[in-house]
Design a binder for this molecule. Structure first.
Ligand SMILES: Cc1cc2nc3c(=O)[nH]c(=O)nc-3n(C[C@H](O)[C@H](O)[C@H](O)COP(=O)(O)OP(=O)(O)OC[C@H]3O[C@@H](n4cnc5c(N)ncnc54)[C@H](O)[C@@H]3O)c2cc1C
Length: 334
C-alpha cells in the first residue's frame, strides 16, 4: 500500500455520489472547501443510475433519465472545483480529529471532516429477469414509479408494513394489485393489514414466491412457486414492485458510529451530525422513511452547511495542535 505521507489535510471528503453526495459537493465546492468526492468505483451516481425516467425531481417538467440527472449533478459539482474520484473508500478511521480515508487505490487521505453519503440498498429477489427488467416494469419504489402503471395489473412482493403501504399507494393507479407473500401470514402491523384487506383492488396470494420475471423489454409475466407444495404457476402482470426491505450501506463505519434501530446512521435531530465530531451523514444512509432523490439531495445540502459551520468553529488555533503558519489544506502534524 502506498500510504500518502501525512503532509496534507483536506477540509472534507465525501463518500458517495448519489444525490446526497453530489449536492453536498456542489455546496461545499461553492464554499471553497475543495471537497474530494469518492464516488464508488463501479457505482458512481448511485441508485438513479439504475432507473429510466425520473419524473418527480423538481426542475425537469418533462422528466429526466436517472443517469442524465446524475451526470448533471456530477458536472455541476465539477464546475465549482469538486475533486471527483471514481474510487471506493475501503477503510475509514473516524474517531480522531484528523480522519483517515483509505481508497481502493491504496491512497490514504487525511481530512478534518467526512460526509457519509453511501445510500441504502433495496433488497432484491435475486431471480432471473429482475435486474434485466429493472426500470422496465420492475421497481422498488411505488412513490417513484406508481404513476407509470395506470389501469394496469401489477404485483407487489413482500409482507411487511412497507409492502402494504406500497400496495395501498399503487391502488391509486393500477386496476389490480396482487400481493405475493412467501408465508401464510403478514408481518405488517394489524392496521396496515386491515387497510390492505379492505381495499377491493388488492388481492393476496399466500405461500408464494417469484422465481422468474419474464417479458420482452417490459414485464409481462411472473413465474411463481408455491412455497408449501413446490407447484409452479404464472401470473400475467405488467409491473412488479419489490418491497422486501432495504439495507443502509453502513458496513464501512457501523462499528465506529451510533446507528438507529433501523440500521441507519444516527444523526442529531434535523442535523447531519453523527455521534462522532467531524463526521456527518446525508441521504438514504440516515433515512429509514422517505428515501427519495430530492430528500437525499436536501440532506446533502444540510450536511454541507453543517460541515461549513463545524469547520469554521473547529479551525485549530491552538499552537500546540497546529503550527501557527499552517492553515486548512496545508501540512499539519497528526
Ligand atoms: C430503481 C430505482 C428507481 C428510483 N427512482 C426514483 C425516482 O424516480 N425518484 C426519486 O426521487 N427516487 C427514486 N429512487 C430512490 C433514489 O434513487 C434514492 O432515494 C437516492 O438515490 C438516494 O440518494 P443517496 O445519495 O442517499 O444514495 P445513493 O443514490 O444510493 O448513492 C449512494 C452512493 O454511495 C456510493 N458508495 C457506497 N459505498 C461506497 C464506498 N465504500 N466508497 C465510495 N462510494 C460508496 C455509491 O457508489 C453511490 O454513489 C429510486 C431508487 C431505485 C433503486
Amino acid at each position: 500500500m502506498t500510504e500518502q505521507t501525512p503532509d496534507q489535510v483536506h477540509d472534507v471528503v465525501i463518500v458517495g455520489s448519489g444525490p446526497a453526495g453530489y449536492t453536498a459537493a456542489v455546496y461545499m465546492a461553492r464554499a471553497n472547501l475543495n471537497p474530494i468526492v469518492l464516488t464508488g468505483s463501479v457505482t458512481a451516481g448511485g441508485e438513479l443510475m439504475n432507473t429510466t425516467d425520473v419524473e418527480n425531481f423538481p426542475g425537469f417538467p418533462e422528466g429526466i433519465m436517472g443517469p442524465d440527472l446524475m451526470m448533471n449533478m456530477e458536472q455541476q459539482a465539477r464546475r465549482f472545483g469538486a475533486d471527483i474520484r471514481h474510487e471506493d473508500a475501503t477503510e475509514l478511521i473516524l474517531d480522531r480529529p484528523i480522519k483517515q480515508i483509505t481508497t481502493g487505490a491504496g491512497e490514504v487521505l487525511h481530512s478534518r471532516a467526512v460526509v457519509l453519503a453511501t445510500g441504502s440498498a433495496y433488497r432484491e429477489l435475486g431471480v432471473p429477469g429482475e435486474k434485466e427488467l429493472s426500470g422496465h416494469g420492475v421497481s422498488w419504489c411505488a412513490t417513484c414509479d406508481g404513476f407509470f402503471f395506470r389501469e394496469q395489473n401489477i404485483a407487489v412482493v413482500g409482507g411487511g408494513d412497507s409492502a402494504m403501504e406500497e400496495a395501498l399507494f399503487l391502488t391509486k393507479f393500477a386496476s389490480q394489485v396482487t400481493v405475493l407473500h412467501r408465508r401464510e401470514e403478514l408481518r405488517a402491523s394489524q392496521i396496515m393489514v386491515d387497510r390492505a384487506k379492505a381495499n377491493e383492488k388488492i388481492t393476496f396470494v399466500w405461500n408464494t414466491e417469484v422465481t422468474e420475471v419474464q417479458g420482452e423489454g417490459k414485464v409481462s409475466r411472473l413465474i411463481l412457486r408455491d412455497t408449501v407444495t413446490g407447484e409452479p404457476s404464472a401470473l400475467d402482470v405488467t409491473g412488479l414492485f419489490v418491497a422486501i426491505g432495504h439495507d443502509p450501506r453502513t458496513a464501512l463505519f457501523k462499528d465506529q458510529l451510533t446507528l438507529t434501530a433501523d440500521g441507519t446512521a444516527w444523526v442529531d435531530g434535523r442535523s447531519s451530525r453523527t455521534s462522532l465530531p467531524g463526521v456527518f451523514a446525508a441521504g438514504d444512509v440516515l433515512d429509514p422513511t422517505y428515501r427519495q432523490a430530492i430528500t437525499a439531495a436536501g440532506s446533502g445540502c444540510v450536511a454541507a452547511l453543517d460541515v461549513e459551520h463545524w469547520l469554521a468553529d473547529n479551525v485549530p488555533t491552538d499552537a500546540a495542535e497546529v503550527p501557527s503558519e499552517t492553515t486548512l489544506n496545508s501540512p499539519v502534524p497528526l
